[in-house]
Design a protein around this ligand. Structure first.
Ligand code: IMP
Ligand code: MG
Length: 183
């Protein structure tokens, strides 16, 4: 698996220190009262589990499955909610977590839905934000790292369902992507 990586962009220690800082930022910012954290599966699960264990205040965790990628390395434009139910968010302060801000469509669509469902306040946190123009008007409240506009894997992020368990964020060798063929 590590042999498929062309280069490491952000190593484990650097991620760990930044995630600790982000946890402090979240703790300092959020109003009193129990926080509701919504984790977008599957990409944000690794980031969320590290971040949330460093937040020492009452919180509840919900997960949502949304699809925006469908196996390609380019976003396809539609955001589907895949769960049969939606968490009860009315009146709650919500922290929405995702792995990466790319086109922005996912975060935009989910944050809009949370507001529609009556969330009192929605903040967003992402491990990574790609340095590019967003297609949806969205900004993350908390950003771990800015990265270039290239496809990355690891620390929750996948290519065709793999590489999520890499402890670092890296770039795949081009031949790995080519060998995988069309989605
Ligand atoms: P957006 O809706 O275009 O902002 O894309 C967000 C989703 O696309 C993320 O939750 C990821 O699942 C996926 N994604 C975007 N860029 C990458 C990448 O470089 N590697 C892996 N997944 C990505
Ligand atoms: Mg994802």
């Amino acid at each position: 698996m590590q042999g498929d990586i062309q280069r490491v962009l952000i190593d484990e220690g650097v991620i760990s220190r930044r995630v600790s800082r982000m946890a402090e930022e979240v703790q300092a910012d959020f109003p009193e009262g129990p926080l509701l954290v919504i984790v977008l599966l599957k990409g944000a699960m690794v980031f969320a589990s590290d971040l949330l264990r460093r937040i020492a205040r009452p919180l509840e965790i919900e997960c949502l499955n949304v699809a925006s990628y469908h196996g390609a390395t380019e976003s396809c434009g539609r955001v589907d909610f895949l769960d049969r139910t939606f968490p009860r968010v009315a009146g709650r302060s919500v922290l929405l977590l995702d792995d990466i801000l790319d086109t922005g469509r996912t975060l935009h669509a989910v944050a809009a839905r949370l507001r529609d469902e009556g969330a009192k306040e929605v903040r967003t946190g992402v491990l990574l934000a790609k340095d590019k123009a967003r297609e949806a008007d969205v900004r993350a409240t908390y950003v771990g790292f800015e990265v270039g506009d290239e496809f990355v894997v690891g620390y929750g992020l996948d290519f065709r369902g793999r590489y999520r368990n890499l402890p670092f964020v890296g770039v795949l060798k081009p031949e790995v992507v080519e060998r995988a063929g069309p989605p």
